[in-house]
Design a protein around this ligand. Sequence first.
Ligand code: TXA
Ligand code: MG
Length: 324
Amino acid sequence: MGKKDLKLRILNDSTNSINTASKLILNGDAVAVMAETVYGLAVDASNKSAIKNLYSLKKRPKNNPLIIHVESINMALEVGKENEDFLILAGTFWPGPLTIILPQKKNSSISKEATAGLKSVALRMPKSKVFLRLIKKVGKPLAAPSANLSGYISATDSKHVQECFKNNIKLILDSGRCEYGLESTVINLTKKPYIIERMGVINKEEIFKKTKIITIEKNQKKKKIVSPGQLFKHYAPKKPLRLNAKYPKIDESFLAFGSNFADSKYCLNLSKKSNLKEAAYNLFYYLRKLDNLEKKKIAVSPIPMRGLGKTINERLRRASFEWR
Ligand code: TXA
Ligand code: MG
């Protein structure tokens, strides 16, 4: 391997760069690519050694399975067992930020390292154009966790991916900032009642309204957890978080919400208009910025518990030191 190969390339997404990315992936490398949710680090889901490298790159516990990204319902059904509600959910929300867990087919091409040896498989067809083009070009499902070191704040911009992995990866397809800034919703269809294993962009009310399918949001405090990723402290800055803070203390920077707070060096406002979609878009982006300031802690305004606010609060709780 020449020295040139050891250097990270950051390329705008284009037909050429997607071709390059596809070649790297078919060669067993990981490529960072923008999803509509957060950046993903994509590898060939059938390549055992590529998956193993990915886990070590991310320092990810081996028992935490990956989401398999597909470009169509047909591609999903090559690895997952069909079920009527899957067809309704995928037909309604795909391409989009809904990950669906199905029982895995016996002859599935997915490496067992990617699903942590589980009999199920988590599938998602992203809405991000560059991601879809990449899967089509590779012609196979791609395993792609969020492109951050395990436990740290997810990457919503290519420069975050670069900060995390530096020259340990070869290519980032740079498409700017992610549309939502929060991960996909993960729903488990392997048994009833259907459980939402991870809250995300789409909530149970929206699922019910559009499909009449009933789901249950898992109580994060209960012990029985199916999605192993939900066991860990997550999305966390290096600095301690103090939630539901009215004002910051002297040694704290401030992640604000609502019209009362102007932006300043130590205060970033998620949404002055109290718009939760805007707040989600800024959440991880601003947490990273505040994490890099010289203040000891980060105080966070209360965020309303409605719509996307529920997911934002869940992420903040998991990121705070209250979570054990
Ligand atoms: O928005 C997203 O979902 C992003 C983009 C890149 O698509 N991906 C993402 O992947 O957030 P990751 O690896 O950070 O989170 C995957 C979650 C984890 O909580 C994991 O435990 C759960 O999905 N998961 C994956 N496969 C599973 C399975 N077979 N059963 C239960 N949970 C599973
Ligand atoms: Mg993640």
